[in-house]
Write a protein that binds this ligand. Sequence first.
Ligand SMILES: [Zn+2]
Ligand SMILES: [Zn+2]
Length: 589
Amino acid sequence: MAAILESWDLTVPGVPPRSRFYPLEPIGIGTPLVESLTSYLLRLAEAHGVPVGVLTDELQRGAAASLPSSGLKICTCPYRLLAYSVNGVEESAVKWVYVLGEATLREDLNHLTLLAFQDFLCSLSLFRRFRTWCPACYEGWRASGRSVYEPLLWSLRVASVCPLHRRSLISVCPHCERPMRPIMSSSRPGYCGRCGGWLGDMPDGPLPEEVSPASSNYWVSNAAGELLALAPRTRARPGALRQAFRENLEACVVRLFRGNGTQFAKFIGCTTTSVYNWRNGAVTPRIDQLLHLSDRLRIPTAAFLTAQSSAEAVDWKAVRPAVEGYALPILLHRPSEEIRQALRLVLGERPAPSLSEVATRLGYRGTEGLRRVSQSLCKRITDRYKKSFGPEPYYNGPRPRICRRRKIEAALKAALAQNEPESVPHIARRLGYTSSGPFFKPFPALCRAIYLKIARRKAARIRVMRRMVEKALRQNPPPTLRALAVQLGFKDKAVIGRYFAASRAQLLARRKALAKKQATQLRRELHRYTWVKPAPSLAEVCRELGLKPVTASRRFPRDCRLLVSRHQRRRRTMAGLRRQKSGLRPSIC
Ligand SMILES: [Zn+2]
Ligand SMILES: [Zn+2]
C-alpha cells in the first residue's frame, strides 16, 4: 500500500520573516558615490507610491509602537524639516538607521551614513543646508535606465565638484530658481521638491567650465568620496581611526619636516595648536581640515585612516618635492630710510590706519620692528588712529562725506548676500566710519536683516554646540572642560560657562567624582604594596602605578612612610646578612 500511494508531507514549510516595507537594495555601498540615507528614504517612498511625508509619518508611528517604553521619537522635527544631519554621526542618524532597518529588515543601512566615523568626525560643518546635485549625473542615470538617487557625497559641505563630470554641483532649481530643503513633503529623487521639475536639466546660460584635475576643489571632492568608500572597511573597534590618524600624521611630520610641528602647520595652512592637539590625540580634525590636509600634502585620505602606517602607503618621493620647494616666508631686509618714507606716507592717509595694520601691510609680523625704525613716526601714527575715533570738531569746517549713499547700500546688500554676513559696525569701520549711525538711518531694513541673519547663524551654532556638550556629558569618562572647548572650536574654556552654565556645573561634578574615584583606587593599590613581600622601594611602586614619588608622598603620606620604613628595614636585614656571610667566609676557607 505504502509503495503504491505516496504519502503527503503535512509539516508547514518555514516562512522567513517578512519586512513591513519593500527592502530596496541600497546603491553603491563601498564606492565614492554611495547613496545617502535621505536618498534611500526618497526612493523607498517612490517605490511604495506615496509622498515621502506619508512614509516618514508611518515610520515615526511604527517606531513609537515598537518601542513604547523608551518613547522613541526618531526626530524631534516634523518630516518636512528633515535635514542632511540624518546622514551624519549624531543620534538622529542612529535612530533613523534603526527604524528603517526594522521596517525593511536590512542590516546594511548604516553604510548610507557617516556612522562609521562616529568617534572620529565631529558634526560641525559636515553637511549643507540645501539640496545639491550634479545635473549631468541625473541625466546620465535616466538616459541609461539606471535608478536615480542622491550620493551621500553631494550632501557634504566640503564637496563642491562632481568627481565624474568635473563640474561644480548646483543647488538652485533650473525651473523655479530657488534652493530647496533635503526632504520636503513632495520630494522625489531627481525632481525639485518645490515645483516638481526635472533636476537633470542644465540651468540657462553658459555651461560651467570643467574643473582642472589639479585644482584643490577637485582633489577635496575626490578625497571626500574616498573617505565615504572607506566606511564599510573601517574597524568596529572604538578609537582605531583616531589612533591610525595620530600615528600616520606623526609619520608625516617626522618624515617631511623632521618632527617640526610648527613648520608642518604653516605648510598645511592651519594653526600650530591644532597640529599639536592632533599629534597628542586630544582632538581629531574636522572633515574640512582632514581633506585640506590631504590636498596640501597630496596624500590620499585613506592613507591617514588605515591602520598600517602611511609610511608604506605613501610614495614619499612624490610628496617631497612640494614640501622641499616650500620655504617659510622670510622678511627681506629693507633700508630704514625706505620704511621711514612709507610711514610718512601713511600719516597722510584717511581714514587713519592702525599701526598693526601698517605693519602687516609692510610685511612685518608685529609692530616691534617698525618702532625700532622710528619711534616718533610710530607714535604719530598711533595718535592719529586714536583721534580718528572721535568726530572731527565742527569749527574745522564741514566734515567731508566719506562714502556715497549708493556705496553704503551696495556694501550692506553684499554683506546680506554672504553666508556669514559681516556685521554693520564692521562694514562701517571698513568704509572709514567711526560708528554705524550713518548706516542705520537711511537703511534700517537692510541693517535689521543683517542683524537677524547673524543672530540666526549664531543661534544655530549654539544649538550645534549644545548638542556636542550634551553628548560630552554622556561620555564616560567625561572630557575635561579644556578638551571640550577645543572640540567646540574654541581656545578658551570660558565659552562653556558663558553659554552652558548648567552643563558646565554637571561636567565639573562628574570630573570631580571621577577624580575622587581614581584617588580611592590609587590609595587602595598603594596600600596593597605595604604588605607585599619582599618590601618594594617607593620609587618602584610609583613606577608601577605611574605616579611621581613627590606626588605620592604629598597625597598619601601615611602609606608612603610605611613603604619607606619597610624597604629600609629590608635593606638593613640584607646588609646584615651580607656582613654575616663575608665574616663567615675566612673561617670556611
Ligand atoms: Zn556628475
Ligand atoms: Zn523647482
